[in-house]
Each structure stands twice: as structure tokens, then as C-alpha cells.
Design a protein around this ligand. Structure first.
Ligand SMILES: [Zn+2]
Length: 294
């Protein structure tokens, strides 16, 4: 029981994510299937994170009224910002890859039930790719009892992210659990055949996206380059409290969004409205989100 309580505490406050600022909301499980070349891909629903529009996370330095104006222009509620929390499952001929693991059992995330809908059992996942070590991406790596949620999977994250995770006091319990399974890569390196990492520093020191390629099809998991499909795209230069290095986060966000829009890339954004698949478009000096039903 003691182990369970301490693990729960760790999951809630993992990695300085500032979970206290977000109210997790339980959602029904869902798996949205689509094809990418010869790969079978599923967006996996986990939870919502609801944030009060109080200037503490979005609009740091500009205040809630400015954020409310952006939300109102988009026809969204102005008193709060709702972020989806989702993962991505990619089934190849010889591998089953999960990209991020959601909030995990401490907040009753639906990711495991969503995974069940794909017909994949947790011990069939061969690789878990981690964009970064915040609790809404790594919380699902451990079970409520403190075991490995995907016992046979190699856990792959960038070398700077793994070093940073192990140095964060609130991440050490989870780091100990997953350490035997972690294999690191250098940001920008090919991680597995058809999966190349993209260095996206700023949100965290080793934050990485992933480019997934099959034949002529390509999907880019942008991780937490942008959090809100409304605010982060309309005002990419606004600091967000979740970015560990706010200046670097802003420059990475703007440069990445610009490139994705120019390339007309199909992306997966884990915090955009489920299933988080679509494209970034340029709109004057900022950007907008064009969701696609895969
Ligand atoms: Zn996140």
C-alpha cells in the first residue's frame, strides 16, 4: 500500500510538469485507426487536461484577457483551455511501437483501455518512444503497483532527456522502474527503421519529435511543440509555463510550425483535439490547425 501511495504521488507531480495547474478529466477509451503506407496506425485516447484561463500556463506575461480574446475568436470557451492527452500506436510487420504513454493509472487514464480496442496486449508492445519525460507522456510507463506497464518493450528517449529525467527529484521513482529498459538516442538520429527523431529542445532539454515514414507516406509526431490547437498556433511567440526554457521553446515552436506549414506535413499532436491528426497552415504571421479525419 505504501508503494502504491508514493507512486501515485510521484505520478501526479512528475517532472515538474505542474500537474497541479491542470485538472485531469477522465474520458472514454477510443482508438482511431488509419493507414500510413504499410503501417497500421492508431491514435489512442487517454484523458483531458483542463486548465483555468488564469495566466499561469497559457499567456504567461500577457494575461488571461489576451488569451480569452484568442479563444473567443476561435469560438471556444474563454474561461478555460482543454487539452487532449493522447498517444499513438504504430504496428509494423515486425514491431509494435507506442509513442508516449499518457497520464497513467494515478488519474485513471484511458490509454490502456484504448490500446485494448486495437487488439494489442501491453506485452506485445516492442518499443515505447518517449517525446519527453513530463508526467502526461511517461505516467503510463508504470502500473499502479509500480511495475512496467509494457514489460517487454524497449523504452527509447533522447540521451539528454534521459539525463534530465534522472536529475529531476520528482522523476526518480519512475526512472528507477524503467532504467533497465531504457535505450537512448541522439536527437536527430534514426531510432528504428522508418522512425527518425527530431530535436525540439526548449519544452524540455531533450524534447524530441518523431518522423514516421512508410513508402511515400509520412507522419510527424510533434510532441509538445504546441499544446493548444488554438492558442499555441495563433500566438506561437507567447511563453507557456510548461516550457522549461521559455525562449528556446518559443523559437523551436515558431521554426517548427513554419517548417511543418511549408512542407504541408501530416502531423500528430498529442494535445490537440482527438485524434490530433491534421496539418498546420500559415495564417498571416501565425498559424492555424486543419484537422483531418484519418
Ligand atoms: Zn504534454
Amino acid at each position: 500500500m505504501r508503494a502504491r501511495i508514493s507512486l501515485t504521488c510521484f505520478l501526479l507531480f512528475a517532472s515538474g510538469y505542474g500537474a497541479a495547474l491542470a485538472k485531469p478529466q477522465i474520458v472514454p477509451p477510443s482508438a482511431q485507426a488509419f493507414k500510413l503506407g504499410s503501417l497500421q496506425v492508431f491514435a489512442l485516447r487517454d484523458a483531458n487536461n483542463v486548465l483555468d484561463n488564469d495566466g499561469k500556463v497559457f499567456g504567461v506575461g500577457v494575461g488571461p484577457d489576451a488569451v480569452a480574446r484568442v479563444l473567443k475568436d476561435a469560438g471556444a470557451p474563454t474561461d478555460e483551455v482543454t487539452l487532449s492527452v493522447d498517444g499513438l500506436l504504430v504496428k509494423a510487420a515486425d514491431r509494435v511501437m507506442l509513442f508516449d504513454t499518457g497520464l497513467g493509472p494515478s488519474v485513471k487514464g484511458a490509454l490502456m483501455a484504448s490500446l485494448t480496442q486495437t487488439g494489442v496486449a501491453p506485452d506485445e508492445v516492442t518499443d515505447v518512444m518517449i517525446t519527453h519525460s513530463h508526467g502526461d507522456h511517461v505516467g503510463g510507463l508504470a502500473t499502479a503497483e509500480g511495475g512496467l506497464a509494457f514489460p517487454k518493450a524497449t523504452i527509447r528517449m533522447s540521451a539528454p532527456e534521459w539525463a534530465w529525467m534522472q536529475a529531476q527529484p520528482n522523476s526518480q521513482a519512475l526512472a528507477k522502474i524503467i532504467a533497465p529498459k531504457v535505450q537512448t538516442f541522439e536527437p536527430g538520429a534514426t531510432v528504428l527503421p522508418g522512425v527518425t527523431s527530431i530535436a525540439l529542445p526548449g519544452h524540455t532539454p531533450g524534447h524530441a519529435g518523431f518522423e514516421i515514414v512508410s513508402g511515400s507516406d509520412k507522419l510527424i509526431d510533434i510532441g509538445d511543440t504546441a499544446h493548444s490547437s488554438i492558442v499555441s498556433l495563433a500566438e506561437p511567440d507567447w511563453a507557456i509555463a510548461y516550457d522549461n526554457d521559455k525562449d528556446e521553446g518559443e523559437s523551436t515552436r515558431r521554426a517548427t510550425l513554419k517548417r511543418l506549414a511549408e512542407d504541408h506535413s501530416l502531423i500528430f499532436a498529442p494535445h490537440f483535439p482527438f485524434p490530433g491528426i491534421g496539418r498546420i497552415e500559415t495564417a498571416g504571421d501565425h498559424f492555424s490547425w486543419k484537422p483531418e479525419t484519418p
